[in-house]
Design a protein around this ligand. Structure first.
Ligand SMILES: Cc1ncc(C[n+]2csc(CCOP(=O)(O)OP(=O)(O)O)c2C)c(N)n1
Length: 608
């Protein structure tokens, strides 16, 4: 049977066909759908959202120890979080096959950087496969488990956004029965990385690496496509598709395995074609390693950009230089820009509005709430990685001393807090900071598409489970009086945040408002609010909330006056189809120009 599948669905299918038993992940674009597909489609596989990528890989490690085929999938930066177990996992090897899927994000569609994770395979001395389409995504995934068991190594499978989210036809097969039995085995010297044992294992993995090099020479996924020999491209992954689209008639060395590289095969290719170009996205990974082998390609990163995604035009431009004629734009008028924004009704907006009013420096974190960095809210002042807000505000407090008191705050989402915020909060208490931390608890991992987490009370398959309570956890870490607020209630929010900012001790505020898109929280929304155009003074107080449902229009003539004779330049409008009735605009309007149709207008956690 054949099916159209995204790369991520194909990776999930490959896991299923390989007989995977345990799959763990932490969500992150563009990797998220891998585990979601496993959870939805392949019920025999145990699937879990782990609190972070390090835990996910450790879970996979344990499953492998027991003999199961297992995987951990994550976005590129997730591998940084999992890097500690990963680097030593390379030393201990596997029992059941273990695959780490890294989904990189060239062009940063949804990431904090565009690091090229091919370096990780080289760094950890493990093999890496890189598919060019959905069929290869499935095939390479299956193969990765075989390679993992045959060479006693974790294997990395690298995808990028275009492979993960692009679709193609995939041939489906029946699942295999994995060769390793599931049982407890003890092999202390192999799996216990005390220095004396680890020294030995280092030697073992160097030997393994030589065998993997031999495998790379024979692997049919590293293939030459010999056509016109005047030009040859060495390429891999999505870059192969871009080059092939523009230059179908030249020759190719297409690498399905990007680490280790097949030196002899590469040498053969150099002999068979006249000029070799290396086409790859992001870093000159293939190029540098191929040059280090002594080969001299005609071009690489001198012709193709190091930053952002490649595409067929960039490949063409790189080769043609000044002769390149850019294609005419498909549309005469460019599409209006639509910068990312908090949704109408988002609970984060109320809190961010209050922080803006309080004029505090806000150490940010990663999640929907980071979008409050953009105007008109312009609240979030820094952000580097998940969990960093708390350490950053603590460090600032220690550096600023008295000068910073009451003026700095850290904001962190619920999923992010559970991912990487618990330890820094422990540090804040342990090292006697005055930092104020606000957890934005919307009961979901909003930014990546509403995945469950240990604070949501549900598993990936929707079963109810224990819900980590942030108040209890805060107390256990030593916060004396963690406080809850309803961020849709601006007065209460401002009062509590102000009080907590003034405290000399560390403080924790939990801003509780379910994600406005969370179906189980909102059976119904409030009725949309309306602007009374006879009263609106055009002061823009509501517009400055940055709500996508609210717009502002300039007015002239008779309209440039309110009913009671006040001059105005414009008026606000609320788009009813977008307004879920959160009432923030109602609260900020000083002129009673916003009309409500609800008796109990403010949402709260009781909706859940
Ligand atoms: C190491 C790492 N893993 C995963 C991600 C992807 N990611 C971005 S934000 C986010 C969590 C968002 O959830 P939450 O903190 O609850 O905030 P919300 O978006 O719901 O406001 C995740 C998983 C990432 N950026 N970095």
């Amino acid at each position: 049977m054949r099916k159209i599948m995204s790369g991520n669905e194909a990776i999930a299918r490959g896991a299923y066909e390989a007989g995977v038993k345990v799959a763990a992940a932490y969500p992150g674009t563009p990797s998220t759908e891998i585990l979601e597909t496993i959870a939805q489609e392949y019920k025999d596989i145990y699937a879990e959202w782990s609190p972070n990528e390090k835990v996910a890989l450790e879970v996979a490690f344990g499953a492998s120890l027991a003999g199961a085929r297992t995987m951990a999938s994550m976005k590129h930066v997730g591998v940084n979080v999992a890097a500690d177990p990963f680097m030593t996992l390379s030393y201990v090897g596997v029992c059941g096959g273990l695959v780490i899927v890294t989904c990189d994000d060239p062009e940063l569609y949804s990431s904090q950087n565009e690091q090229d994770n091919r370096h990780y395979a080289r760094f950890a001395k493990v093999p890496m496969f890189e598919p060019s389409d959905s069929q290869e995504a499935k095939d390479f995934m299956k193969l990765s488990f075989e390679v993992s068991e045959r060479f006693d190594t974790p294997v990395m499978l690298r995808s990028v956004t275009r492979i993960s989210h692009g679709k193609g036809i995939v041939e489906l097969e029946e699942p295999v029965i994995p060769p390793v039995s599931i049982e407890i085995r003890k092999d202390t010297a192999k799996y216990t990385m005390l220095p004396s044992y680890a020294r030995i294992r280092h030697g073992v993995i160097e030997g393994r690496f030589l065998k993997l090099k031999e495998f790379a020479e024979q692997f049919p996924g590293n293939r030459m496509e010999l056509n016109d020999p005047s030009i040859g491209f060495i390429t891999a992954g999505i870059s192969y598709q871009y080059a092939k689209e523009v230059y179908p008639n030249y020759s190719y060395l297409k690498l399905g395995m990007v680490w280790p590289l097949p030196k002899n095969l590469i040498g053969d290719f150099f002999k068979k074609v006249k000029k070799v170009y290396i086409v790859e996205e992001l870093d000159p990974f293939l190029e540098k390693n191929i040059r280090a082998m002594g080969f001299k390609p005609k071009g690489g990163k001198d012709l193709f950009p190091i930053c952002g995604e490649l595409n067929p035009f960039l490949v063409e431009k790189g080769l043609l230089g000044k002769k390149f004629k850019p294609p005419k734009p498909a549309l005469k008028e460019p599409l209006p820009p639509r910068p990312p924004n908090l949704c109408p009704g988002c609970p984060h907006r109320g809190l961010m509005y209050v922080l803006k009013r309080l004029k505090v420096y806000t150490a940010g974190d990663i999640g929907c709430y980071t979008l409050a960095a953009y105007p008109p809210l312009s609240v979030v002042n820094n952000n580097i990685c998940m969990g960093a807000s708390i350490g950053a505000v603590h460090g600032m407090a220690k550096a600023l001393g008295e000068k910073g008191k009451g003026k700095i705050v850290g904001v962190i989402g619920d999923s992010t807090f559970l991912h990487a915020g618990v330890h820094p909060l422990m540090d804040v208490v342990y090292n006697k900071s005055y930092a104020t931390i606000i957890i934005l608890d919307n009961r979901t991992t909003g930014m990546t598409g509403q995945q469950e987490h240990p604070g949501s009370g549900y598993t990936i398959r929707g079963e109810t489970t224990h819900r980590t309570d942030f108040v209890e956890l805060g107390r256990a870490l030593g916060i004396e009086n963690p406080r809850r607020i309803n961020p849709w209630n601006l007065e209460e929010t401002e009062k509590v945040v102000k009080e907590e900012l003034e405290r000399d001790q560390p403080s924790l505020v939990i801003s509780e408002g379910p994600c406005i898109l969370l179906r189980r929280a909102f059976k119904n929304y409030n009725k949309p609010l309306q602007v009374d155009s006879t009263k609106c003074r055009g002061c823009k107080a509501c517009v400055n909330l940055g709500c996508p449902a609210i717009s502002y229009q300039l007015v002239e003539g008779e309209m440039a006056m309110t009913a009671d004779g006040k001059k105005r330049k414009g008026i606000s409008q609320i788009e009813a189809s977008l307004c879920p009735g959160c009432h923030l605009c109602y609260q900020v309007c000083k002129f009673e120009a916003i009309q409500t149709f609800e008796e109990k207008p403010i949402f709260g956690f009781e909706t859940m």
